[in-house]
Design a protein around this ligand. Structure first.
Ligand code: ADP
Ligand code: MG
Length: 700
């Protein structure tokens, strides 16, 4: 974290300030994203070699990676047939045995480089032991000279490289950068907090590895040296944590100071409401809110009536009932005389919300308007709307004098709501449903819309705690951690494709009993990846399931068509809906009790969990069948997580570990700065420490 009053750090100097970096090498370094001295110092090694002791060649084990050291006793190009590609082979000897190394495509420089008598370090996996052989090992010339101590008799880093830049050269550059600039590596200002009794604790695992109780992390300059030239391999993780902590602190500082600034500059609109619509709404809803829903509503009400505009994330697993909560929040703003907006990620979902809210709000005399991409042409205006606005006369009621306000409207739409210069006047509250489908950037543009409406973002993707504190670090979090009662159970099965005939029989049986089914394939149209595509399988499926009827839904249909298909499915005019993962979010058809997903390995776990959330919404028992012929045991293991748990948090954490944040969050990842050392899947404790440190700092 560099404070603005700092003069420019010497570390910001171009990498060419390091001895050994000329014009050519500067270009090579740039390919690796290294432009400054600091970039070079923070170029994280991809692995390490312990060169304090070498394994005798005689003790090499089959398929086990190791580093050995030997002199070349024979070398040359071999050609198996005339005109065939040439292979280069050389034989190393370390006094205990010979090691043959082969490169299948001989390069012209090899004969000079691998000259008899030269000594090399060789890293690789033997693929046979009789004779001992490695193909394409990594080698490093042991060049006699002053520099040699950098490269042997220690633990050395192997950095990410590029063509033309060897591990040895890179190591030398990093070494020299450290020699010249180590003293310039400043302890960031925040870490001086340590002095005021705030101990930086390493993760327990490292403390245990180092056989120490809680340890203080090293100073930054130390950590930078250690990450390249550790004295023990356990130092590496120790140093990484320190550098990761610096990154997380910088990130938290950004997040929290943005929030502070926001709170200082933004005045909240009074949207607490007065219950005049809320009461009848809850009375007519047909069910009682769960304890969790009620608790969350209390939090929201406090925000809406508070001093700062609400910035709240509402997490609740699929089916936990976020929509009624959103409705209540909207009513609070509407009762207060402000307009409200509800933004959904897809048109289908916007339409579905629209239908629900019209049903709920119409009897109260509250206006609901719909705006989606395919309706943009309608020329949305608030006054003289050409919008689909349903309004029934409000039942004559005595309004409290203080609430003598314009009638307020709830606008429902996709992101189109906020594009095309559409501005909702008197906007008191924005609700974003299924937040993970929107990027951070989009959220930001909403936040910056002039008069600071309250903001409620809702997500069914349980956000792993690490991401909750980073990506959503500027939001307060509410969680609905209980599902409404009266739901049928969902059973989940993972099967191979040869079981499909049985699966279809099963589905026919369920349909015959009056239920409906979703069938999901990964692609809209067939392409080279061989994954199933809905348009290709549609006819086939219709025949297979006749006389039952099949509907087709995918993203390339026009808005109105999608809506039509959904309406027919809801009315049970189609018993089966063949769809892409488009239906992953929000779609609510309680009579559908079967979810069949083919090529399930092509989806993320969190995504499959969402798809599964489409069933189990009524009282009937539901079945989720995941079909996969994935060859890798990993992907089957992954799918089994779903069969084992319904806990969305566990699933999301598994997904984060397996596939990284990009997969889990899609485009949203773009909102995150790149982390060199921090790991969003693993570093929960560091992130939490960073958050606390910064909170302390900013409040002092
Ligand atoms: P999600 O959190 O996935 O958006 P929804 O709000 O769509 O969930 O709710 C899922 C289903 O549960 C809907 O059919 C909704 O009417 C119903 N529901 C919501 N809250 C309750 C409750 N407290 N009691 C019974 N059913 C509820
Ligand atoms: Mg929902």
């Amino acid at each position: 974290m560099s404070s603005p009053e700092n003069t420019i750090s010497p570390l910001a100097a171009p990498a060419a300030c390091v001895w050994g970096v000329g014009e050519e090498r500067a270009k090579l370094l740039a390919r690796l994203g290294i432009f400054t001295v600091e970039d070079l110092l923070l170029h994280k090694p991809r692995r390490y070699e312990d060169r304090r002791k070498f394994l005798p060649i005689r003790e090499l084990k089959l398929k086990e990676a190791a580093t050995v050291r030997g002199k070349i006793v024979a070398a040359g190009v071999k050609r198996f047939r005339k005109g065939a590609r040439a292979m280069f082979e050389c034989v190393f000897d370390d006094g205990t045995a010979h090691l043959h190394c082969r490169w299948w495509q001989a390069q012209p420089w090899m004969e000079d480089w691998y000259a008899v008598g030269r000594e090399f370090l060789i890293f690789g996996k033997p693929d046979s032991l009789k004779p001992r052989n490695m193909d394409h090992p990594e080698t490093e010339y042991v060049e006699p000279g002053d520099d040699e101590f950098i490269h042997v008799n220690r633990i050395v880093p192997i950095h990410p490289l590029t063509d033309g830049l060897t591990a040895r050269v890179m190591r030398g550059l990093v070494w020299r950068a450290l020699e010249k600039f180590e003293s310039e590596i400043q302890e960031p200002e925040w870490s001086k907090l340590q002095m005021t009794g705030c101990k930086l604790q390493v993760e327990k695992t490292v403390a245990a590895m180092r056989n120490e109780p809680a340890t203080l992390l090293p100073a930054r300059a130390n950590a930078v040296r250690m990450i390249h030239f550790p004295e023990a391999l356990t130092d590496v993780e120790f140093a990484r944590q320190r550098l990761a902590l610096d990154e997380f602190v910088a990130l938290q500082f950004q997040i929290q100071s943005r929030r502070k600034k926001f709170e200082a500059s933004a005045k909240a609109l009074p949207c607490g409401g007065n219950n005049r619509w809320m009461k009848p709404f809850l009375a007519e809803l047909g069910f009682k809110l769960t304890v969790a829903q009620t608790k969350v509503l209390r939090e929201i009400r406090a925000d809406l009536g508070g001093a700062h505009p609400m910035r709240r994330l509402l997490q609740g697993d699929v089916g936990s009932g976020k929509t009624p909560v959103a409705a209540c929040a909207a009513l609070m703003a509407l009762e207060s005389g402000f307009n409200a907006a509800l933004m959904a990620p897809t048109e289908i979902l916007a339409e579905q919300h629209y239908r629900n809210f019209v049903r709920w709000f119409e009897p109260l005399g509250v206006k609901v308007a719909l705006q989606t991409g395919s309706r943009k042409e309608a020329g949305l205006q608030v006054e003289g709307c050409k919008l689909k606005v349903k309004k029934t006369e409000a039942p004559a009621r005595k309004e409290p004098a203080a609430c003598n306000l314009q009638p307020a409207t709830l606008f429902i739409g996709t992101h189109a709501l906020f594009t095309a210069g559409f501005d909702i006047p008197m906007l008191g509250l924005v609700i974003i449903d299924e937040q993970h489908k929107f990027g951070v950037a989009q959220r930001e543009t909403l936040v910056r819309k002039g008069n600071y409406p309250h903001l409620l973002v809702m997500t069914a993707t349980p956000i792993p705690r690490t991401l909750g504190l980073t990506l959503y670090g500027d939001l307060d979090v509410s969680v609905i951690d209980e599902l409404p009662g009266g739901r049928g159970t969902i059973k989940t099965y993972v099967r191979t494709a040869d079981k499909l005939p049985k699966v279809w029989d099963f589905i026919r049986e369920k349909i015959a009993a009056g239920r409906q089914a979703f069938v999901v394939y990964p692609r809209v149209e067939e392409n080279a990846d061989g994954l199933k595509a809905v348009t290709k399988e549609f006819e086939h499926l219709k025949k297979r399931l006749a006389p039952f009827r099949v509907g087709l839904l995918h993203g390339r249909l026009k808005g109105g068509e999608k809506e039509g298909v959904m309406a027919e499915f809801r009315a049970n005019r189609f018993q089966v809906l063949l769809a892409t993962s488009l239906i992953e979010v929000g779609v609510d058809v309680p009579n559908a009790t079967v979810m069949l997903v083919e090529n399930a390995e092509a989806f993320g776990l969190a995504q499959l969990h969402q798809l599964r959330g489409r069933i189990g919404r009524g009282a009937h028992e539901s079945h989720c069948i995941l079909i996969s012929d994935a060859k890798t045991p990993d992907s089957l293991e992954r799918l089994k997580v779903l069969a084992q748990t319904h806990d969305g948090f566990k699933i999301a954490e598994a997904d984060l570990k397996l596939r990284g944040p990009g997969e889990l969050l899609g485009q949203q990842q773009s909102g995150l700065p790149p982390l060199r050392f921090g790991d969003l899947a693993e570093d929960f404790n560091l992130i939490r420490q960073a958050r606390e440190l910064v909170a302390k700092r900013l409040s002092s």
